[in-house]
Unconditional design. Structure first.
Lengths: 440, 440
């Protein structure tokens, strides 16, 4: 059979089947999709390839799925550190955004973020920010997969004025990209405290009709719970449950403040949690009880959050931090073993985004979204355990190759689909525009 | 004035004075030592240098001080993950060590670890392992600074048979290297549960006589406390306090289980804590209350611990994890700001090791132990806050140059004093010798 690409690799972690590790095998790609995984010794009798890549000290993994972020905020990296969520958001981030965010900011900031994400092995990211059409444009140009969650708020911003206008724009964005192979869409109601019941009801109905996820910050901090009890007489979770939002379509971002009955309901109803451990720690938001969520059957995916609260978009950091934190929080060193952290960063993300039939594992018929990581470095030798090394020991700079839909977008340190110098220059330009009295 | 080396850099974080950031300045080096820091514009009128290095997008920091580890265990990276400390130590690490550890293991494992540490910006490391003379030999050959804590236990190992023999060997090692500029020594009684009172009393007296630190795992887990109460009728801290060990000479490693009165005593008596956040999380040992320790005046330094329980020797990971974890644990996003994490990884380490008059900051008369980090990458632009970027956003692969005593030991990805290929080959050789039934 003639194929487009054969990637031979010392190790392959396809993620499905669970915790599998193949040795001296290859991934075969044709027409953007994976057609087979087989031992290298069987290749000759079966496949003739246009391109063959030999990776003798590497591990192939599904391209990483960053399930929550605000890409354009890469331009605000480091402007407001070591502050609580409310102080950070209300006195710094929102005022800075008000003065600076426009279409160019979003396009150029997203390009900066995409460059960082590709170089650290991410092939798909979920994004919640203004001008999602600019985010989509940047992703298409770079040939990376994205799910844009169109923001929805009760109050006016540069993107829209009323909840209805936000919702209308979200449906238009969905319509615009419904047949795109790289761009997927979601509704992005910001948080229970920034959106009222009526628009949430509309979003629920529309999400069912369009069959797309709802991406929402939920139970990020204690204050959010207290404020909701004061305003609505109940916890945000209960309010959302009453509105019918606790469904498999919901991606509950953060979720550091869950009671055990809320975790049970989430598990029973098939809701997804997007865990952002670095951001939660940096903003002292609280601890997400990942171990209990997993044991109750909740699908837990991983996100970096935006670079203003992490401050990195590096999913290697996030896998490592998630695995370490889950052990510490659950007082159980066996919690969240390395293969499970890799699942959270791949197939669980794909599932949350509703595209796990297309990506998230290295299986025939899925898109060839693949990341190669060299383990032949002082910090990952001896290779006593390749999947452990990926999660606990590897540096994202060991990512050598990234493919999306079988197309090479990163090769030995070089971004193939992006102009790195232009991106660096643009970042420096925006640096000068951030009001100094709000930064630091 | 004729000098040996001028390093011009866009930014310099000298660490002392506190939280300082110099722009467009230079570090001047002569006879292994820093002689001056000055603005670049003043250079011409003052200094003529043999070598000048221009770093236009970089930040210079004091070489990082890794204040606790077991370097040779780099060869055991990934052999026993996702297990509790007791299971990990008693059923995996100790049996594996018994079968495999010898002089060659220590020399070659330490070389592997040193290569990883240099490439991630570390210029000094504290080490507790068998055959400390091999560790010293490796460090001298690589031109990196080390403090070897000679292990002391009640029971027999490949290094010695009785506590007295361990102590004798420790004093001999001290004598051997007392005049070496790269090698410093300490006593390394393993932990309260592995050493009895009599040898601890001897160690206290000898540490005072020789004026060197005592490096000891203390209050790492709950079980250690419970066992001590059962055996000695008191917590390990109380026992050590009664033995007179709570002094400025003591480096208390881990210390995840401290009561507030114990923290007060530590602060009052000037004891040091070596915080190893990744290892503590990975082994679910508990949370070290760094914020309280700092507020009580305890000097808190940072260590990676060994690669079998981290699994990386990367101090950038450790600074980031420490800063994030301190905020989460103390429920205060303002806890452990980035400049303080950098202090913990530099001057506080030097202080714990008792060599803060020699290293730990970029100040005249100190050894020129310096690390340069490029910030001109997608993940550290815009440079809204260079010190924040170092801690929260930078990848250790952005380390471009490392000097120890003014000698270049790392230059743009190349190890100058070590043979990288030989180190990688040696790691693969040892990989084959680890008994497979004990690994994984």
């Amino acid at each position: 059979m003639k194929v487009d690409l054969i990637i031979k690799s010392k190790w392959i972690a396809p993620v499905i089947p669970k915790a599998t590790l193949l040795e001296d095998s290859a991934v075969i790609v044709k027409d953007k999709r994976i057609v087979d995984l087989c031992p290298q010794e069987e290749l000759k009798t079966q496949y003739i390839a246009e391109n063959t890549v030999h990776l003798s000290n590497h591990i192939l993994i599904p391209g990483l799925v960053n399930s929550h972020g605000h890409a354009a905020m890469a331009l605000l990296r480091g402007v407001a550190d070591d502050l609580s969520l409310n102080e950070w958001l209300e006195n710094r981030i929102w005022p800075i955004e008000q003065g600076i965010v426009n279409r160019d900011f979003v396009l150029e900031g997203t390009n900066l973020a995409i460059a960082e994400m590709i170089a650290s092995g991410t092939t798909c990211f979920a994004d919640m920010y203004f001008f999602p059409d600019e985010v989509a444009k940047a992703a298409i140009s770079a040939n990376i997969r994205v799910q844009t969650a169109s923001p929805i708020l009760d109050f006016s911003t540069i993107w829209a004025d009323t909840a209805d206008e936000y919702i209308l724009k979200a449906t238009k964005i969905h319509d615009q990209y419904r047949n795109d192979e790289l761009v997927y869409t979601a509704f992005g109601p910001h948080a229970p405290y920034s959106i009222s019941d009526e628009p949430l009801k509309k979003i629920r109905v529309l999400a069912d009709e369009l069959d797309i996820p709802i991406h929402m910050h939920i139970h990020e901090t204690k204050k959010e719970i207290e404020d909701s009890i004061a305003e609505f007489g109940c916890r945000p979770f209960e309010r959302l449950h009453n509105l019918g939002l606790i469904t498999p379509k919901l991606n509950s971002i953060h979720s550091t403040q869950l009671l055990s009955n809320e975790i049970s309901i989430m598990g029973a109803l098939g809701t997804n949690v997007i865990h952002c451990p670095s951001s939660n720690m940096k903003l002292a938001s609280g601890f997400c009880d990942v171990n209990s969520l997993i044991h109750q059957g909740v699908n837990v995916a991983l996100g970096t959050d935006g670079a203003a609260s992490n401050n990195s978009l590096n999913m290697f950091n996030e896998m490592r931090t998630a695995a370490l934190l889950a052990k510490a929080v659950s007082d159980d060193a066996a919690a969240l073993p390395s293969y499970q952290a890799l699942e959270m960063a791949t197939i669980n993300g794909a599932k949350a985004l509703g595209i796990d039939e297309l990506i998230g594992s290295l299986e025939p018929e899925k898109f060839a979204d693949i990341t190669a990581v060299s383990l032949n470095e002082c910090n990952t030798l001896p290779v006593n355990n390749p999947i452990s090394h990926l999660v606990y020991a590897a540096n994202s700079s060991q990512v050598t190759h990234v493919w999306v839909s079988g197309e090479s977008i990163y090769n030995e340190g070089v971004l193939i689909t992006m102009n790195k110098n232009q991106i660096l220059d643009s970042a420096l330009k925006w640096q000068d525009r951030i009001p100094k009295e709000l930064a630091l």
